[in-house]
Design a protein around this ligand. Sequence first.
Ligand code: LMR
Length: 401
Amino acid sequence: MTTSAFSTVELAPSDPILGLTELFKSDANPNKVNLGVGVYYDDAGSVPLLECVKSAEARVVGKQAARPYQPIDGNANYGKLVQALLFGAESDALAENRIITAQTLGGTGALRVGADFLKQVVGCSDVWISDPSWENHRGIFQNAGLKVNVYPYYDSNTGGIAFDQMVEQLKTLPKQSVVLLHACCHNPTGVDLNTEQWKIIAELIVEHALIPFLDIAYQGFGVSLDEDGFVVRLFTERCKNLIISNSFSKSFSLYGERIGGLSIVSSSAEEAKRVQSQLKRLIRTNYSNPPIYSGAVVETVLADSDLKSQWDTELGGMRERIKHMRLELSSNIAKLCPDVDFSFITRQQGMFSYSGLTREQVVRLREEYSIYAIESGRICVAALNSKNIGVVSEAIAKVIT
Ligand code: LMR
C-alpha cells in the first residue's frame, strides 16, 4: 500500500465570510438572521431577481443562440457598456482608446487578474490595502505573489477616517507601490472619503508615482450610479495609469452569475494594446475565457435605455431600503440603550456597517440568538428587514450593555 500523496494536506480555516454562511445554513433556529455575507435581501428576506434582469433574460434565452467560445477578454460590447458606466460616455481617455476592459468572473475575478498583471507583467512587489479592508483582498493579492501591507483608514475613536495618518503613510511608499482603494461604500466599514479627501489622495498618488487600484463593487448603493462613479472619473482624469475592478453581483443581484469587469487605463492607445495582449495571456492560462450568459444579460440591460432606467430605479429602491434599515436600527438602539450612540450607522454608506461590536459580542449574538455577523464586527445592513429588525435590535442591545 502506498501512502496518500495528500496525507500531509492540512485543514484550511474556513472563509471568514462565505464559511459563516455555511454555518448559518446548518443552524436549525427558524429565527436565525445572516448579517454576515454582503448580499442584499428584500423586505421579505429573499435575494431579489430584478425586473430588468427578468426582461433581459427573456430576450437572451429567446434568441436561442449557439454557445461558441467568447473572446478571451469576453464580450466586447459588454466591455464598452461597462466603460460608459464607469468612465462616462464623454471620457477623454475613452475617446483616446486608452482604456481596455475585460469581462471577468465577478469583482473577485477582476481583482485576481489585475493582481496577476501587476505582479507578473508590471513587476510590482507590494500592495497597500486599507486597515481594515474586505477580508478577501489580502488573500487575492497574496496568492498572486504580492506582499500585502496596510495603510491607516478607519478611526475607531471617531467612527470616521484616520485621514491624516492615511496621507502620511501613503507619502512614504516607494514608487510603483500599488494602492488599493474602495471607490465607494467601503467594505467593511461603510465609511468613505469625502470629495476633498479623494482629490488630495489622487494628487498624492500622482506626485509619488503610486499605482492606484480602485475596487468598485457597490456602485449605486451609496448615493447614485453617477455620483458613486465620481472617484473613477477623478482618478482617470488625474492619473496616467489606473486599474479598476467592478462587480455587478450586488447592483444587478447576480451574485451566482459571477459578472464583473477589469478596466486598465494606460497612457496611450498603443500602450493599451500591449496591456490588453498581456491580460489576454493571463486570462487564457487561468480560465480561458468568461461565460456568455451573465455578460449577455448585463449587456442587454445596459444597451437598452428603458431597461437601464428600470435598473436605476430598482437599484435606488435597494439603496433606500438599506438607508431605512439604518435609521430603524439606530432609533431602536437609542430607545433600548439610551446611553449608547448608534447614530454613526446612519452616516455610513452601502451595505455594511462596522458596528463596533467586539468579537466576543459577535460570538454571543451567534450562539445565543442565531444572529450571524463577521467577527470584525461588520454587519450587513442589507439583510435587515421589517420582520427581523426588532429581534436583531434587541439582541444587539443585550450584548452591548
Ligand atoms: C462580502 O464582502 O461579504 C461580499 O463581497 C461577498 C464576498 O465574496 O465576500
